[in-house]
Write a protein that binds this ligand. Sequence first.
Ligand SMILES: C[S@@+](CC[C@H](N)C(=O)[O-])C[C@H]1O[C@@H](n2cnc3c(N)ncnc32)[C@H](O)[C@@H]1O
Length: 266
Amino acid sequence: MGAALGASRARVVAERRSPLGGAEAAAFAALLERRRLREPVAYLLGEREFWSLDLAVDGRVLVPRPETERLVEVALETIQRAPTLPGARPWRVADVGTGSGAVAIAIAASAPPGSRGLVVATDRSRDALLVARANVERHRGECHWPVLAVRADLLSAMAPASLDLVVSNPPYLSPSEMASLAPELRFEPAGALAGGDDDGLGVVRSLVGQAASVLVPGGFLAFEIGAGQGAAALGLFGPETWRDPAIVRDIEGRDRVVVARRDPLA
Ligand SMILES: C[S@@+](CC[C@H](N)C(=O)[O-])C[C@H]1O[C@@H](n2cnc3c(N)ncnc32)[C@H](O)[C@@H]1O
């Protein structure tokens, strides 16, 4: 109702007995009808809050999920452990599959004071990048580090050993999960959901393979997974390249984020 009236929640409550004008009633009915067809509320409003940032969202991008904030926490903890890198060089971070830009902007906005860095936000969807760029622009003033949105397939645009941290919330749904999606998810871009391979980890496999070469020795990789994918995801890290692969659980105790470090000597 607030969206239909262009009014705050408080005003809607305060004026709940006022009759609606014809145009207002029509706008509200149109929103109700879209919701009846199970379109996500975030798309109806064109906004979703993530990491206390209001982000513009529409059908070109995934609606950022609260559980993805765990990935942001892991990234920030990693940076916090070494806010200053050897030689005082800036942190070079990539957010792969940035969608609305949620993860990249959250990291840049909450980077530790005094730290220096840059976040490159990549997506292979041109449409998604337009949304990401608009959100980067909107939050430029809150970001301590610059965010650059670049169209690329995974990490293909990155030079060898050029990144200190790769984060990603990649698509990871399996074909069987894609076949039984909740109605709301059918409004989201299929390319943001379908992970490829029978277990949904196709994109993740490519990501781990590419990260092994674009990370500096000792650099970090952190990505989101589905709750049932922890064991399979840990199996992707060969001991000749990776150190300390581990699962981080979300607030509900489900496997949510995988972290690993490129062998400092590899
Ligand atoms: C699950 S969504 C995540 C969006 C955003 N990071 C978030 O957490 O809300 C995955 C994103 O990855 C992008 N994507 C899928 N495959 C990709 C690829 N091979 N290279 C780059 N981006 C890809 C999709 O377009 C989509 O925007």
